[in-house]
Write a protein that binds this ligand. Structure first.
Ligand code: GLA
Length: 364
C-alpha cells in the first residue's frame, strides 16, 4: 500500500482518526427526535495530511478501486460527484459555511471500517476528515459542532436524509461505554458497559441497493404519522399514548408503534445497563429486532436468521439488527469471555444454513 510519502513526496504533517460505531438500541429514532444508545468499535478511519499554500485539495483513499483512488477538487468549487469524494467535499463546504477558514491540503485516507455493513463508515470518514482539518487550521469547532458539520455533509451534500446518531457517537463516543443521546437536545451521558458482558458484531454479507430510498420513505412515513397524531415529532408520543397510535391507518400505525416503543426500550436498556442486568438488556434487544422486522420492516430474512441462530446460544443475552437495516450487521450481547466462541459458532452455522458469507467484526 502506498504511504503518504509515496503519494505526495513528503511526510504527513499530522494525522487524525475516527472510529466506526455499532448501535446497541434505538433504531430509526434519531430523525424522530428520540433516544439512541450507540458505542464505538475498534475499526477506524485514519486521515493524514499536509496543508498546501493554495486552495487545492488532493485526496487519496486506500479503500476504493485503483482507478478512483486519487481525486482532486478546489475549495469553493466543490461539486457533487456521486462518489466517496462527496463525503470529503461535503465536509469542506460545511466547515466553510460556518465561517471557518480553510486552505488546500494533500490528504491520504485509509479505513478499516467496512463499507456497507451498517457500521457508519461514512460518519467515520466525515469526522476523521473534519478532525484533521480542525487540527491543521486550528479551527474553532467543538466535538458537537464537528458532528453537526458531518451530518450536514451527509444530508445536504451527499443527499442521504440521515439523523445525527452516527456523527455524534463517532465524534463523542468512547470505548467501553455507550453514548446515551437525546437526539433532540443533543444532551448525552456515557453509560459504561457492565463488566459481565461483551459485544459481538457479525456482518450478514447482505447489502441492499434500495437503502437510501427505503430510508427516506420510512422517514416521511414518520413525519406523516406525527402530523396525524398532531405532534411535532414521534418523540412527543409517550408509550402511554399507544392507543392513539393503534388507531392510525397502516403503514403509519406500525411505523409509529416501532418508534414510540423503541424510544421506550432505549430508556429501559439504559436503566438495565446501569443496574447490571444483562438479561433484561438482552430481552430488549430481541424486542427491538422484532419491532424492526415486523413494524418497521427494515430487516431481511438472512439477518432474521442470524439473530435466530445467535439466540440459540447459551451465553447470548440478546441479539438484533443494528443500523439502518436492509442487510448489514447484527449486534449480540454475550457473556464476557464468550464472545470469540459465540461469534465463530454463529457465523459458521449461518454460513452453512443460509449459504451466505458472514464477517465477524467484533471481537476484532
Ligand atoms: C443510519 C442513519 C442514522 C440512523 C440509523 C437507524 O445509520 O445514518 O442516522 O437513522 O440509520 O437507526
Amino acid at each position: 500500500m502506498q504511504t503518504f510519502a509515496d503519494l505526495f513526496g513528503t511526510a504527513p504533517a499530522l494525522a487524525a482518526e475516527a472510529p466506526g460505531r455499532v448501535n446497541l438500541i434505538g433504531e430509526h429514532t434519531d430523525y424522530n427526535g428520540g433516544f439512541v444508545l450507540p458505542t464505538v468499535i475498534p475499526q477506524r478511519t485514519r486521515v493524514e495530511l499536509v496543508p498546501r499554500p493554495d486552495a487545492n485539495v488532493r485526496v487519496w483513499s486506500a479503500n476504493v478501486d485503483e482507478a478512483h483512488r486519487m481525486e482532486q477538487f478546489l475549495l469553493g468549487r466543490e461539486a457533487v460527484t456521486h462518489t466517496w469524494l462527496d463525503y470529503v467535499q461535503g465536509v469542506t463546504v460545511a466547515l466553510r459555511q460556518r465561517g471557518l477558514h480553510l486552505r488546500g491540503v494533500d490528504m491520504r485516507i485509509e479505513s478499516t471500517v467496512p463499507i456497507g455493513s451498517g457500521l457508519s463508515s461514512s460518519a467515520a470518514l466525515e469526522v476523521s476528515v473534519a478532525r484533521a482539518l480542525r487540527a491543521a487550521f486550528d479551527l474553532r469547532l467543538d466535538d458537537v459542532e464537528l458532528a453537526m458539520a458531518g451530518k450536514w455533509a451527509e444530508n445536504e451534500f451527499v443527499g442521504a436524509p440521515t439523523g445525527i446518531m452516527d456523527q455524534m457517537v463517532v465524534s463523542l463516543g468512547a470505548a467501553g461505554a455507550a453514548l446515551f443521546l437525546d437526539t433532540r437536545s443533543l444532551h448525552f451521558d456515557r453509560v459504561p458497559l457492565p463488566p459481565t458482558v461483551e459485544l459481538v458484531v457479525i456482518d450478514s454479507g447482505i447489502r441492499h441497493r434500495l437503502v437510501t430510498g427505503e430510508y427516506a420513505t420510512r422517514r416521511s412515513q414518520c413525519e406523516e404519522a406525527s402530523r396525524r397524531l398532531r405532534v411535532h415529532e414521534l418523540r412527543d408520543v409517550p408509550v402511554a399514548n399507544l392507543p392513539q397510535v393503534e388507531a392510525l391507518d397502516e403503514p403509519f400505525r406500525r411505523r409509529a408503534r416501532h418508534v414510540v416503543t423503541e424510544d421506550d426500550r432505549v430508556l429501559q436498556a439504559v436503566a438495565a445497563l446501569r443496574a447490571n442486568d444483562p438479561a433484561q438488556v438482552g430481552e430488549l434487544f430481541y424486542a427491538s429486532h422484532a419491532s424492526m422486522r415486523d413494524d418497521y420492516e427494515v430487516s431481511v430474512p438472512q439477518v432474521d436468521a442470524l439473530v435466530e441462530i445467535a439466540s440459540s446460544e447459551h451465553d447470548v443475552y440478546g441479539a438484533r439488527l443494528t443500523g439502518g437495516g436492509f442487510g448489514g450487521s447484527i449486534v449480540v450481547l454475550a457473556k464476557r469471555g464468550s464472545g470469540r466462541a459465540v461469534a465463530d459458532r454463529v457465523a459458521e452455522r449461518y454460513r452453512t444454513e443460509c449459504g451466505e458469507t458472514p464477517t465477524v467484526l467484533l471481537p476484532a
